[in-house]
Write a protein that binds this ligand. Structure first.
Ligand SMILES: *Cc1c(COP(=O)(O)O)cnc(C)c1O
Length: 421
């Protein structure tokens, strides 16, 4: 049990014993009236690692110095620039190094993976997703379904919370999967829902999907660097993510994919091919006939967009200095403290729609306002709190364990407490 207290001294005492406290110093904070803002938007765009500028400068220097020879002679040779990333990414998603690769951006990767893992047939053509999923995921799935000649209204099964509820019950997800049975080709769900912050039980969902003979994948946009995962052991088939949210790799930064080795090491798994996915030993033979390299790397199409990967390197270097589990341990307490403080507030009309069970959420709390939500949001912004507004009436806040403090959470509470709307 947590013996939380609603005062500044208590919050500061928690920061004093937080082993991640020094990590805050590694990031640039936007300023408000000469002070760091309370930055609760790391679920939308993470903060800039201070080391990024140095790494950018170095890459620019190497380009100036070497020209094309930088592919092999740069300090971090561009030919294989993406390779060391897999070590860090594998730890973050709980996978083997060969099962992950940094490439492209999220929605592009989702399409590429669906090309491989949504292969509908006349009998088995349905795909399960969350109702109200992030629009990009909705568009991707809808157009994939159309591309194969099926009708989205028939082929897409949307999971909807029960009447009067905001989040999905675990058992309802599993039932929907088993009910779809032999007609189900693929399950594709956001591991942590962007709107409610609900963290689904990826292991059980994967197991249920496999029981029906379907493939199972996840969009990890809001899960990467936020919640611990064991994608390999859970036998998840595929996953993709972006790196600019909890992974702090800058706007539009390079994304990544996970493909379980059972598919990645199978040359018969269909993938759209490009030269960078070809076996390295024959890549430059410039011959006909694609020979996929091993693992997720074979989904790569182009050579590494180095300048879109530098901030990712800066960020992964920082993740390497800690672990997702360490971050999670702090996150559980930080989010619970935030929830505790919010519950002290009685003068504002809102409800927390994020699940209250710690294992069913990550670092985010979504506050659904009855009225005045927008006013509260604008007032927070004026007071130096950066949160996130989602129509029609939700304020999302994300106390990020990497760089947010208990004092941040307390300041947010104080500001809300003194807010007259
Ligand atoms: C952030 C987010 C995206 C954004 O996609 P991009 O291709 O990176 O622009 C897509 N899906 C989900 C679930 C997200 O949270």
């Amino acid at each position: 049990m947590n013996n939380f207290e609603a005062n500044l001294e208590y919050a500061q005492s928690q920061d004093d014993i937080d082993i991640l406290y020094p990590f805050r110093e590694r990031f640039h904070f936007p300023q408000h009236n000469g002070k760091d803002v309370v930055y609760f938007c790391g679920n939308s765009l993470g903060l800039q690692p201070k080391s990024a500028r140095y790494l950018f400068d170095r890459e620019l220097s190497d380009w100036a110095k070497w020209g094309v020879e930088g592919h092999f002679n740069a300090d971090h040779p561009w030919f294989s620039y993406q390779k060391p990333f897999s070590t860090s990414l594998a730890k973050i998603v709980g996978a083997k190094e060969e099962e992950v690769v940094a490439m492209n951006t999220l929605t592009v990767n989702l399409h590429l993976l669906l090309m491989s893992f949504y292969r509908p047939t006349k009998e088995r053509y349905k795909i399960i997703m969350e109702a109200g999923a992030f629009p990009s995921d909705q568009y991707a799935i809808e157009t994939q379904v159309r591309m194969h000649g099926y009708n989205p209204d028939d082929a897409i099964i949307e999971l909807t919370p029960r009447d009067g509820e905001y989040t999905l019950r675990d058992e309802d997800i599993l039932t929907a999967i088993s009910d779809a049975g032999d007609s189900l080709a693929t399950v594709m769900i956001g591991a942590v829902n962007y709107y409610t912050g609900q963290f689904y039980n990826l292991k059980d969902i994967t197991e249920a999907a496999h029981k029906t003979g379907a493939i199972c994948g996840f969009d990890l946009a809001h899960a990467m660097g936020n919640v611990p995962m064991q994608l390999h052991d859970w036998k998840v088939d595929f996953a993709c993510w972006c790196s600019y949210k909890y992974l702090n790799s800058g706007p539009g930064g390079v994304g990544g994919i996970f493909v379980h080795e059972t598919h990645g090491n199978n040359p018969d798994t269909f993938r759209l091919a490009g030269w960078w996915g070809n076996e390295e030993s024959t890549r430059f033979k410039m011959k006909k006939g694609f020979i996929p390299s091993k693992g997720a790397a074979s989904w790569q199409m182009s050579n590494a967009p180095v300048f879109n990967m530098i901030a990712h390197k800066a960020s992964l270097d920082i993740f390497d200095k800690t672990s997702v589990q360490t971050l999670r341990n702090k996150s559980l307490t930080l989010t619970a403290y935030c929830e505790f403080l919010l519950k002290q507030l009685t003068h504002l009309e809102f409800e927390i729609i994020t699940p209250s069970e710690p294992h069913r959420r990550g670092a985010q709390l979504s506050l659904l306002f009855g009225k005045d939500g927008r006013k509260v949001f604008d007032a927070l912004t004026n007071e130096g709190v950066i949160a996130d507004w989602r129509e029609p009436n939700v304020i999302r806040i994300a106390p990020v364990p990497m760089y947010n403090t208990f004092e941040d959470v307390y300041s947010f509470y104080e500001i809300l407490k003194n807010l007259a709307v």
